[in-house]
Design a protein around this ligand. Structure first.
Ligand SMILES: [Zn+2]
Length: 229
């Protein structure tokens, strides 16, 4: 009976439990920062660290890959189609552009779409294919560094997902790099930054965990295959 009463009374006091947890997790954050700062930066990083949803959103391109006219024959076909359009030879232009559109070339998809809009019923397919190249999503990053206040913010959602220590340490390492290698809004992760960042502990494992949890992550530092317009 007494045991039962105690259990019920414990369960009815979630606030004190939460309070203890939050102290523990704040300590965990600060001590993780200290470990990384000492081990990798000789204690030179001067920053505070907090649980807070990072303020900036990251735009992620979720579009299908574009087919570009790098091959000479394809480029010539496209130019020939443009000439045919100018001369009013729409059927001929359409026959030239359709194979390029089927390969995923955005300009051809758009032209095919316009040309067959009035003549045929299947133009939506090309409109859809064109639009699918340009899908973006705005996501909050898992962590962020604010240079003005020298603050590292770690997304509190990580707490609810039982973030492993190695992920926390990886994120802290990454944000510490932002203090020692200044970056611009246009290019937050320069080549110099990435060279340094690549040495982060448990980097690949951490990125895989963050991807699995739906956070936007850096793509691998290998050269990007195609630059998007
Ligand atoms: Zn960064």
């Amino acid at each position: 009976m007494n045991d039962m009463a105690r259990t019920l009374s414990d369960a009815s006091q979630p606030t004190s439990t939460l309070f203890t947890d939050s102290i523990l997790t704040n300590e965990r954050l600060t001590s993780s920062f200290e470990v990384i700062n000492q081990r990798f930066f000789q204690g030179k990083i001067d920053a505070s660290i907090i649980w807070q949803v990072p303020k900036g959103l990251i735009s992620i391109n979720k579009g299908t890959p574009c087919y570009s006219l790098d091959e000479v024959p394809d480029r010539l076909v496209f130019e020939q189609a443009a000439q045919a359009i100018e001369q009013g030879e729409m059927d001929f232009a359409l026959s030239l552009l359709t194979p390029l559109a089927d390969k995923g070339h955005p300009d051809s998809e758009l032209l095919v779409c316009h040309m067959i809009k009035r003549q045929h019923g299947h133009w939506q397919r090309y409109a859809k294919a064109y639009n699918s190249h340009f899908v973006t999503e705005m996501l909050a990053p898992a962590a962020c560094y604010y240079p003005n206040s020298q603050t590292i913010a770690i997304h509190p959602h990580l707490l609810h997902r039982d973030v492993p220590m190695f992920v926390l340490r990886y994120l802290i390492y990454h944000e510490c790099c932002h203090q020692i290698i200044p970056s611009s809004a246009e290019e937050p992760h320069s080549a110099e930054f990435m060279t340094f960042e690549a040495k982060a502990p448990f980097r690949e494992k951490s990125l895989a965990w963050l991807r699995k949890e739906g956070f936007p992550t850096l793509s691998n530092p290998s050269p990007s295959p195609t630059s998007l317009a």
